[in-house]
Ligand binder design. Structure first.
Ligand code: NAD
Length: 478
């Protein structure tokens, strides 16, 4: 049931694929979203496999939990070494299957983040907390393993988000059964194979399959906690289903992050950071900037500065080293993005650049698109477009911009851009989001807790708070 093959050289694409691919004629064919060419065949697991995996995970969890934090941290560090040894192979598999370029904040960056998050989770201190220690007695709070963690992930950052779920879970003495997105199973199977060169048998199992397999994992009585990253709609289905087993949940769901550019901002100086805040991973990022509010005094200058930056960012096939933007990962996402831009155009918005996909080319390439003079209630603004598009909305009154930023039912990230830091912080305090960045957007850090409010989910990942969320609080009092 485990996905590892220790005899194969897992530093190359060939070795990785040999370790994970389904036999000829079996599995599901995964196509490169940039070229339409075959990447490989992903094995498909059924519910019976899931039962076996959960039983294996439960068995393995006893001895895994019996190890000390120091021992588990040592193995996480060795797992990070293994990821680094296989970094180029992993990045190439990821680039071909997900579509993201090797360079820019994309495939190599994602693999590097996997090693970084493993090391950070190995390093955190989590000590028993003495709550009471006086003449009345003593009370101590500790964090003990939950048991078996089910992890379900999306297709946009398949490796990195898997590590966000796996690393803290393992550190805290849990074992993990991981179901990757049906759009990017090979990337996560490859990562799992690399990690399993180091991890004990049964501690991490990757099972590829459709959404139904995720639903079965959610409902499984042998799974104690579920970590889910994906859409709000699936998060809601998971929450309903988890009620039956009263499963603990961490839900990292969709967002539609707002950014507010204050009147004292310098458009030329912030344009490149704003661009990457919006277009990281070709816009397919949960906490990417998806709607930008700019004061009228800066509006044209900001639009032009963004166009200038966007024009020098090449988009193309991921394995070609010069590219920093890639295709949409799948047809469905391409159609969503194209439809929303069409709506904006029909609503009278001004397309500053992009907006006209090249027909008759292979791959789901949608051009980098900047949209100005758009109403706040246009669908391109109010819905999560999840693609290489940024609507730029003009405001005259800051109160109006704050109301617009807070006006949706999601709240993952947000940002404020300006020169006067105190003024920016005062605006940041009023934005409804799990994280508000100042003069940057989407910059996650393994030491800093991350999570959403409203329909962007609940529960925290990263940092010591993230470790606590994959553990059970246990009080001893005497
Ligand atoms: P999705 O919800 O369609 O799928 C996510 C995963 O859920 C897949 O593995 C899928 O197979 C599985 N699934 C589908 N139906 C299920 C069910 N009934 N029960 C259990 N699992 C089921 O999401 P997606 O399209 O892959 O990802 C994009 C979305 O994820 C966007 O909305 C994005 O904002 C969000 N996202 C959020 C974060 C975050 O940290 N908050 C990070 C990345 C992506």
């Amino acid at each position: 049931m485990t996905t590892e093959t220790t005899t194969t050289d897992l530093t190359t694409v060939k070795g990785l694929m040999a370790a994970i691919e389904a036999p000829e004629g079996q599995g599901v064919e995964m196509m490169d979203p940039a070229t339409g060419k075959l990447v490989g065949r992903a094995p498909q697991r059924a519910e019976a496999d899931l039962d076996e995996a959960v039983a294996t995970a439960r068995e393995a969890q006893r001895s895994w939990a019996a190890r000390s934090h120091a021992e588990r941290s040592e193995l996480l560090n060795r797992a990070a070494d293994a990821v680094e040894d296989s970094a180029e192979g992993l990045a190439a598999v990821l680039s071909r299957e997900q579509g993201k370029p090797l360079n820019g904040p994309n495939a190599r960056f994602e693999v590097g983040a996997c090693a970084g998050w493993l090391r950070a989770n190995a390093a955190f201190e989590i000590e028993p907390e003495v709550l009471v220690d006086d003449e009345s007695g003593k009370a101590v709070l500790e964090y003990v393993p939950v048991g078996v963690v089910g992890a379900i992930g999306p297709w946009n950052w398949p490796m990195m988000i898997s590590i966000w779920q796996v690393a803290p879970s393992l550190r805290m003495g849990n074992t993990v059964v991981l179901k990757p997105s049906e759009y990017t199973p090979l990337s996560v199977l490859a990562l799992g194979a690399v990690l399993n060169q180091v991890l004990p048998e049964g501690v991490l199992q990757v099972l590829a399959g459709p959404g139904e397999l995720g639903a079965a994992l959610t409902a499984h009585p042998g799974v104690d906690k579920l970590m889910f990253t994906g859409s709000t709609k699936t998060g809601q289905a998971i929450m309903r289903s988890a009620a039956d087993t009263l499963k603990r949940l961490t839900l990292e769901l969709g967002g539609n992050d707002a950014g507010i550019v204050l009147p004292d901002a310098d458009p030329e100086a912030i344009a490149e950071d704003l661009f990457w805040g919006a277009f990281i991973n070709t816009g397919q990022t949960c906490a990417a900037l998806k709607r930008l509010y700019v004061h009228e005094s800066q509006y044209e200058a900001m639009c032009q500065a963004l166009v200038k930056v966007a024009q020098r960012m090449p988009m193309g096939v991921g394995l070609e080293e010069e590219n920093v933007l890639g295709p949409l990962q799948n047809r469905q996402q391409y159609d969503i993005v194209a439809g929303l831009v069409e709506d904006a155009r029909n609503g009278g918005a001004r397309i500053l650049m992009g907006g006209d996909p090249v027909q008759d080319q292979p791959g789901y390439f949608y051009p980098t698109t900047l949209v100005a003079d758009i109403d706040n209630d246009n669908r391109l603004v109010s819905q999560e477009q999840f693609g290489p598009v940024l609507p730029i909305v003009r405001y005259t009154d800051l109160e109006q911009a704050i109301a617009w930023a807070n006006g949706l039912d999601v709240g993952l990230g947000s940002s404020v851009w300006g020169t006067d830091l105190e003024a920016a912080r005062a605006v940041a305090a009023r934005l409804q989001a799990g994280t508000t960045w100042i003069n940057k957007h989407g910059a996650v850090d393994p030491r800093v807790p991350f999570g959403g409010v409203k329909k962007s989910g609940y529960g925290l990942e990263f940092g010591v708070e993230g470790l606590k969320s994959v553990a059970l609080p246990k009080v001893t009092s005497w």
